[in-house]
Design a protein around this ligand. Structure first.
Ligand code: SF4
Length: 352
């Protein structure tokens, strides 16, 4: 089902647009230079919309300075104090995230909605399992998928009563099955675009896996118009993981898709080290390309032939392939990574 389209600055969410990758800075928003620098790194990694925390008026005052220096839409994340939302709108942000669990006074929400409508910016109704108000939790005080949906729908109703439909919805939970059910339920109730994510997913290792499982299931069901992978640490990792999830389901193409064999008793080169070097040196590539890095001929010949660039290892060396044809035979192991990187750069240059 194609969902209602919403514009965040110049970026469309929903309405059949490609799934948009977003992230959130973890700098102090008042540190304008640090925040702008992190947003620059996020954009280089492919981030298309960025959110910043607005915990106080000082942070709200920093927003116009940040916005002036960045090239992707800016979203303000506001909790508890509706005056911060009003200040963020005044500061010229492209979207506002409001959590129905942290600003509950209907009059104050209405004031924000009227202001967003005047500024023609959308609002994300962002319910979160960790901040549901008591009325939407179960008898034992725990969050449920039904409660999250009810909380979001109550806020959506309020916005609609004010004739505001420029809405994006999210229902992020820490529990993967609960989050999946919550999105499935809300998707059948409203046709606003869905911002999907597993909240507080964890440090990059477990967070990437939990996000891939949760978001993978939703995306495969056709749910999700923009994604944010929540990871503790450098947010650039969130963007890299988001693209890997989207690439795995062939929903977005950006950068290199690697086919790397797991190695086994037949491997006679240090494939892990070579693959690590190749991936590090080619991390800046934005063009879609497939690169196969294989330990031996068993599966290597087939994978290298199918890839744009690949190599097949043998005893202390490897043969490099381009578009299925061998171009360099018996490249010594210690030169393999550098040669593959060169070959990839040449292929990209010829294609441009
Ligand atoms: Fe082992 Fe060769 Fe398969 Fe790699 S491609 S896992 S080296 S059999």
């Amino acid at each position: 089902m194609t969902r209602h389209a919403v514009m965040i600055g110049g970026v469309q969410i929903g309405g059949g647009a490609p799934i948009v990758v977003q992230s959130m800075t973890n700098t102090d928003t008042c540190d304008v230079a640090g925040t702008v620098s992190q947003i620059g790194r996020l954009q280089c990694a492919g981030c298309e919309i960025v959110r910043v925390a607005v915990p106080d008026l000082e942070a709200a005052k920093a927003l116009p300075k940040i916005k002036k220096q960045i090239a992707i839409p800016l979203v303000a994340d506001v909790h508890f104090d509706h005056r911060l939302a009003l200040a963020a709108i005044e500061a010229g942000v492209d979207k506002l995230r409001l959590n129905p669990g942290t600003i509950t006074d209907k009059e104050k929400i209405a004031e924000v909605v009227r202001s967003a409508k005047k500024a023609k910016i959308p609002i994300r109704v962002g319910a979160n399992s960790g901040s549901l108000t008591k009325e939407f939790r179960d008898a034992h005080g725990h969050p449920t998928a039904e409660g999250m949906v009810k909380s979001a729908l109550a806020e959506i109703c309020l916005l609609e009563e004010l004739d505001f439909t420029d809405i994006v919805v999210s229902l992020k939970g820490t529990d993967v099955p609960l989050t999946i059910v919550a999105y499935q339920k809300v998707a059948s109730e409203v046709d606003y675009p869905l911002h999907i994510g597993i909240t507080e997913a964890g440090t990059p290792w477990e967070g990437a896996i939990r996000s891939a499982v949760g978001l993978g299931i939703l995306l495969e069901e056709g749910l999700g118009d923009t994604i944010r992978v929540s990871l503790t640490g450098d947010p650039v990792e969130e963007v890299r993981v988001a693209y890997e999830i989207l690439r795995s389901l062939r929903l977005r193409e950006r950068g290199i898709t690697y086919r790397v064999c797991p190695t086994c008793g037949r491997t006679r080169i240090d494939l892990a080290a070579i693959a690590g070097q190749v991936q590090k040196e080619l991390a800046d590539v934005e063009e879609p390309l497939t690169v196969a890095l294989m330990g031996c001929v068993v599966n290597g010949l087939g994978e290298a032939r199918e890839a744009d660039v690949g190599f097949v290892g043998s005893d202390g060396s490897g043969t490099i392939y381009v578009a299925g044809e061998p171009v360099n035979h018996s490249v010594p192991e210690e030169e393999l990574a550098t040669r593959v990187v060169q070959v990839v750069r040449d292929v990209l240059k010829k294609a441009s």
